[in-house]
Design a protein around this ligand. Structure first.
Ligand code: DAK
Length: 257
């Protein structure tokens, strides 16, 4: 079955998901999330895919939740329909997912990018949590993830004033991992994803799980968790192959097992 609001392609062992509601600047509607979540389920189940890139258009990664769809809701219907909770699927993927952001990443769009494992930004990218302008507030992790990335002062500034941050400020603040010229964004993200996809998938997934644990536990518990995963890598064929290849001065041939 095809998709209405996204495009999905595969490039080798990498999936490229492109948000595709150009007339609404990729505003995040429930239909778009049904498509996105179904694609993520398929990617997670596909043994050939080892990394995903999530991108939008040159003008907008996503300009936020679909305001026109949200506007009629009351607090009761928002609660009863569990409005927008299915968004969290992105943050639950076990394989890595990179956000490649050009143009606007606002409100839910910024939150969606932050749910990915890291963000590569075009020099045209603009991040913001403008919900305050609508008389509401971030609802998909904006006050939580943004604060962890950029610190309290900048997160307060962004969420209370609704101002946008350009790519240079986003990199300086730790929100994005790197900034590239807009014309090179998707190719760069695909190259980075291909590099990750060339690694041992069990090791990649353990790294992802371990880094994410840093946000949810104390340092001592996190280090203990990391050590146990590290020990378990010695049970994989890929660890044996990786170290043997180093000693034999050749490239490893990972089998993802
Ligand atoms: N929703 C719906 N339509 C949108 C949209 C949005 N967020 N953003 C843009 N559009 C539509 C515009 O209405 C316009 O449609 P037409 O009038 O042509 O039919 C079309 O996209 C082009 O937009 P503009 O004409 O405004 O384009 P400009 O270049 O002039 O301006 C802009 C671009 C991005 C600065 C502007 O469109 C803008 O300010 N957009 C709204 C940005 C915003 O406020 N975003 C935050 C939305 S609130 C929750 C979880 C999450 C959330 C809520 C709850 N729960 C778990 C409960 C998240 C909330 C949000 O994201």
């Amino acid at each position: 079955m095809g998709y209405s609001y996204i495009q999905v392609e595969t490039r080798g062992h990498v999936a490229l998901i492109t948000l595709d509601r150009p007339k609404a600047l990729n505003a995040l509607s429930s239909g778009l999330f049904e498509d996105l979540n179904r694609a993520l389920d398929e990617i997670e189940a596909n043994e050939e895919i080892r990394c995903t890139v999530l991108t939008g258009s040159a003008k907008a990664f996503a300009a936020g939740a679909d305001i026109k769809e949200m506007q009629p809701h009351s607090s009761v219907t928002a609660y009863m329909t569990d409005l927008i909770t299915p968004w969290e699927r992105v943050s639950q993927t076990r394989k890595p997912i990179i956000a490649a952001v050009a143009g606007y990443a606002l409100g839910g769009g910024c939150e969606l990018a932050m749910m990915c494992d890291f963000i590569i930004a075009a020099d045209t990218a603009r991040f913001g949590q403008p919900e305050i302008n609508l008389g509401t507030m971030p609802g998909a992790g904006g006050t939580q993830r943004l604060t962890r990335f950029v610190g309290k002062s900048k997160a307060m500034d962004m969420c209370l004033t609704g101002r946008m941050m350009d790519a240079e400020e986003a990199e300086r603040s730790g929100l994005v991992s790197r900034v590239v010229p807009a014309g090179e964004l998707v190719d760069t993200a695909l190259e980075v994803a291909a590099k990750i996809a060339s690694m041992s998938l069990p090791a990649v997934m353990m790294v992802k799980e371990s880094v994410n644990r840093a946000y949810e536990t104390t340092l001592a518990e996190g280090v203990r968790f990391e050590r146990r995963l590290f020990h378990s890598t010695f049970g994989t064929e890929d660890q044996a192959e990786g170290m043997q290849a180093f000693i034999e001065k050749r490239s490893p041939n990972f089998r993802h097992s």
